[in-house]
Design a protein around this ligand. Structure first.
Ligand SMILES: Cc1cc2nc3c(=O)[nH]c(=O)nc-3n(C[C@H](O)[C@H](O)[C@H](O)COP(=O)(O)OP(=O)(O)OC[C@H]3O[C@@H](n4cnc5c(N)ncnc54)[C@H](O)[C@@H]3O)c2cc1C
Length: 471
């Protein structure tokens, strides 16, 4: 008689083999609610919570402003591509336990041949997998909980929360910002849009855009990276009359330049590179540009009513008679709606929850002075992070608590060489941060641990065990 195995059999066995979770070894401190508060319950927050659990760090809470799992993170909200941009073979939140990885999850449900047949992972499959990961590992995320202020206090942080519209406060010793692309700044909208048009006339790709309302409309997309092409494709699929995409460059960025350092030595040791090399790497990426995926371009180009304008940044825009009138490369156009696919800016002082200390955070521009032809204001605003992804102080001694705030979002790009939070960063940086948190908490309570480590240990056996053999 054949026995039907649950698709979770292998994953359950893997957990059995690694043994029970260690007990929390971090001593309680009076007045402290959480040893670690992770802000953001997307893939980063959940994976980090699992890593801390396996390190025996208890009292970890995950807070997320989203109303529920489906609205947390990007995969079912603002990500509009059909396939993940990253290759299917990359390690993700499984943290080395292969049976908890995407491949195992997918093969358990669809078979090995089905996995072999896919080129890249369907976005919705990745979202389903992450939901499974969270549920299977029983990782609790507190949704509808926005952190509005991180207030440094005596030996901890006071986290000011908005829980479903009600204000409250909790304390934590360590804070991790797993807050995604906008977590250290926000969506960047070119002034030609933000200063000339009413907010109802345009959206950023970061917004929840009502694409159905664009049926029969003429739509402009400003920007030419992946999210811009995705938005163009979705607008066209929703029946937009025409979509015009405007690129600044004379051709679409097609060189994934960071691939040159996609080998383990560079990946594992990036943080140890001198500042000058990391700066030049960041600059090189900026100059080559962020490449859209081939399928994102094909999706838009397949429509005859898709128009690509190269070397055509918007010069002016005005709102006239319910429409946008824009001028690019000397030509005037009229649109019903515009979408800015123009990326994100990094500026800790722009985030309300960071305002207590944003001015104390060491930035790259404070730390490193590039040659005149290598200056870049955008890069200069990135926080200059320590080895454990922690903020450092601009002025030593003024804000020592910053070492207890760890940044696991794309603001860590310049320090660590990757858009941190993306799948490629997980294998290296989740264990890195968990290890650093464990170390810091351990050393902070060294006296108590020293007592524990020099404490009495009862013998495993008495002399009675071998007394009969004593001659
Ligand atoms: C359009 C798009 C496509 C992408 N495609 C890929 C891809 O194919 N492959 C890849 O590896 N990466 C991709 N990325 C990068 C992507 O952001 C990450 O891979 C992934 O979402 C990172 O997960 P995360 O948990 O770090 O952050 P997010 O998924 O962004 O989650 C952050 C969470 O923090 C919460 N939050 C923020 N601020 C607060 C606050 N103050 N209080 C409480 N909660 C808060 C938010 O509600 C959110 O749920 C893409 C990004 C975008 C924008």
């Amino acid at each position: 008689m054949s026995q039907t195995l649950s698709p979770d059999t292998e994953a359950a066995n893997a957990l059995r083999l690694i043994g029970p979770d260690p007990r929390n070894w971090v001593p309680d401190r009076p007045g402290i609610d959480h040893n670690v508060a992770i802000i953001g319950g997307g893939q980063t927050g959940c994976a980090l919570s699992f890593a801390l659990r396996r390190a025996g760090v208890g009292k970890v809470t995950i807070l997320d402003a989203a109303e529920d799992e489906a609205h947390a993170g990007i995969w079912r909200t603002i990500a509009r591509m059909n396939l993940l941009r990253t290759p299917k073979i990359l390690p993700g939140p499984e943290l080395g336990i292969l049976a908890l990885g995407f491949q195992s999850w997918y093969e358990a449900r669809h078979g090995r041949d089905a996995y072999a047949a896919i080129d890249r992972i369907k976005r919705t499959d990745w979202a389903d997998y992450l939901a499974w990961y969270r549920a299977f590992l029983n990782i609790p995320v507190r949704y509808r909980t926005r952190v509005t202020r991180i207030e440094p206090a005596d030996g901890c942080f006071r986290l000011h929360l908005d829980v479903d519209g009600t204000a409250s406060m909790e304390t934590a010793r360590k804070v991790v910002l797993a807050t995604g692309f906008t977590g250290n700044g926000g969506a960047w909208i070119p002034p030609v849009l933000s200063e000339s048009l009413p907010r109802t006339a345009y959206a950023h790709t970061q917004d929840n855009i009502d694409f159905a309302a664009l049926r029969g409309k003429t739509v402009a997309v400003v920007g030419a990276a992946a999210a811009a092409f995705d938005a163009a494709g979705v607008a066209l699929e929703n029946g937009a009359d025409a979509v015009h995409l405007f690129a600044r460059r004379p051709s679409i960025a097609s060189v994934p330049i960071t691939r040159a350092r996609g080998f383990p030595g560079a990946y594992d040791n990036y943080r140890y590179l001198p500042d000058a090399i990391r700066w030049r790497q960041g600059l090189r990426f900026r100059r080559y540009g962020s490449t859209p995926t081939i399928d994102a371009i094909q999706r838009a180009v397949a429509f005859p009513n898709f128009h690509l304008h190269l070397a055509a940044p918007w010069e002016t825009a005005r709102f006239d008679n319910g429409q946008i009138e824009a001028r690019a490369a000397g030509t005037k156009y009229r649109f019903d709606f515009a979408i800015a696919g123009t990326g994100y800016f990094v500026d800790p002082s722009a985030r309300p929850e960071l305002t207590d200390f944003a001015n104390e955070v060491l930035l790259w521009r404070d730390q490193y002075t590039p040659a005149a032809d290598e200056r870049d204001e955008y890069l200069g605003l990135h926080p200059y992070l320590g080895f454990g992804h922690e903020y450092l102080e601009k002025t030593p001694g003024r804000a020592p608590y910053l070492k207890d705030i760890h940044v696991h979002n794309p603001a860590a790009f310049l320090s660590f060489g990757l858009p941190i939070g993306d799948v490629p960063s997980m294998k290296r940086d989740i264990p890195g941060i968990a290890g650093r948190i464990s170390r810091d908490l351990f050393l902070a309570d060294l006296e108590q641990h020293a007592v524990r480590m020099t404490g009495d240990v009862p013998p495993d056996f008495t002399e009675a065990l071998y007394a009969s053999a004593i001659r």
